[in-house]
Design a protein around this ligand. Sequence first.
Ligand code: HDD
Length: 712
Amino acid sequence: MDNKPQNEKQDQLNYYKTDNSDQKLTTNQGLKINNNQDSLKAGERGATLLEDFILREKITHFDHERIPERIVHARGSGAHGVFKLHKSMEKFTRAKFLSEAGKETPVFVRFSTVAGSRGSTDLARDVRGFAIKFYTEEGNYDLVGNNIPVFFIQDAMKFPDLVHAVKPEPDNEIPQAASAHDTFWDFISLMPESMHMIMWLMSDRAIPRSYRMMEGFGVHSFRFINSEGDAFFVKFHLKPKLGVHSVAWPEAQKISGADPDFHRRDLWEAIENGAFPEWDLGVQIVPEENEHDFDFDLLDPTKIIPEELVPVEIFGTLTLNRNPDNFFAETEQIAFHPGHIVPGIDFTNDPLLQGRLFSYTDTQLSRLGSPNFHEIPINRSVPTVHNNQRDGHMRQQIAKGKVSYEPNSIGGGCPFQAMMKDGGFASYGEKISGTKIRARSQSFVDHYSQAKLFYNSQSEPEKTHLQKALIFELSKVTIHAIRERMVGQLNFIDKELAQIVAQKLGVEVKPLSQPNGSIPADADPSTLQSEEREPKIKISDALSMKNTVKDSIESRIIAVLVADGCDGKRVSEFLDKIEKEGGVIQFVAPEMAPVKADDGSLIGPQHSISSTMSVCFDAVYVAPGEASSQNWLQPDYKNSVIDFVNEAYRHCKALFFDKNTELIYEQTDIYKKDHTDYAVILEENNNGDENFIRAVASHRAWEFEKQRNGLK
Ligand code: HDD
């Protein structure tokens, strides 16, 4: 057992862990191997013998090491942690892990991108998966959500179409780790129900700074049911304690080259450094009888419930505190399913959710290869499993006795069905009556008002980024008619947005005669077409990242540029201040050789200026020192250091220079721009460091982007 956090799930996992320290090499049969270098041959230069069972075993195992990657969400990273309930929710649900304040439940969380394959870059513009497995005392509960609260489509029937359209195009498998160009936008421009999601996807939410700085959403309305049988619609929200923050798109593209594992590394390192990521978990609650109080349908997964209408009730904290020991065994083999629920939580008739309830078990069968995937250690529930299911590939459980059926008398009737009072699950007795119908509900036909609400709620810099994202993505579309149709869709959301995008794409804004491209041939189109509609609420503050938490530098990474002759005392004072506030310093030097400060102290750099880029950092601190400035401006390093600073400036990061490093400052774009913003700290005065720290805490000075980049 190690000294990392332990709990009942870890106790279970510990049983399966192996440690090779001080052990002899063996075959899979436990036979000790005395030569792992050579195969068995017929003579010194002879052919390898078929008899060589050691070689055969090793190669055969190797040949079968890969399993199919997830059809979506293939690229991901995960971590163990704990969910702590602060406030009992028993008034609303009988789920035990939500009933007793103070209770802790082990969790495993997996974050992912959607479109890219397993080895693709983390910084793709994409939705991020946010899947949580709660190992509760009543069995596994999975909350399989995203970092965006709505979805592209309203019915699972369209999911394979969506995924086929978004994944690399099938003839040449281009592009990787991005939404496909022609096929995706062809589909989207014919699917007005996706417009709300598209606004989120084109916003900076789709390029997070870190998994630790994303919100999480259950997306669908689920149900809570209390012990009296009262039901409530609920929407799950996870709010990161560090706030919601993103990078800029030009930066994301560079990070993809400089460090494709940017998010994976960030999560891993934060946990290793003890900066445990945390989220508040809460729900919006709507009593069953208020189901129809809204101008949208609670069952429609393309809609949010604005927080102005129903506030989020926070009840606990999710903390990730332990990295996996083995990526494949844990992060890759974990199998999530929105259908893994516990008493007190149930589904609704959201047609997207209903389809998901089929898909996830089905996919595990092909991905993990057997109906016994629940026996893989990471998937095992904490309560032991007792049922009459038997056999299948790779069965691990050794079920004793003759009985594998029910009812039985030979086994004394065991295992017994559980009464509800003993924790038995019973589906919510929702009253249903209706005519079988393959159609969309009229209550789902409003595709633009919440897209408008989202766009209207963005700050100016956020709107600019969203416009640029649309221009970037649609510029890749080669078919004129698709660009034109997309602009036609945008026109239903915001006229100015449509104009700006159209102008850059070289198309005209033309009214769409038929917004819904794919309505069934025998449907009356007028009943299915969404009209432009104004949202009842004009602006929702929760939708803008401008209003997020900006008060901490915890786990933010500051590049400190050091060269021989830098001010050793100032550097060590700065280091102390940053450490005290939980920030992380990484030294960047001209080369990887240790830097000698003016007081004789040696500083071991983590990076050389040629092995990193400033896009990998949150802020840049040019260590004081006149001699070090001179060294940075030697011909070998000058261009690199100026580029490093300029790039950080372009991306609105905090920068620090003192009077001795003005030599460098004067060569940068900042000097030329005669800047006025608070995130460029120029003078070394009594509180230069403090001003810098505050600027880092406020993340990016997006409001100065125009001034910094000369943008119009
Ligand atoms: Fe899904 C994986 C989230 C709609 C079918 N989905 C998957 C994962 C997340 C989501 C986070 C990765 C889980 C992991 O880390 O292993 N999916 C969503 C959300 C949706 C959604 C928030 C809409 C609200 N998904 C959706 C639909 C279907 C699927 C409508 C099919 C009808 N999703 C799958 C899948 C995956 C999956 C094919 C691939 C790998 C897996 O399940 O385990 O079954």
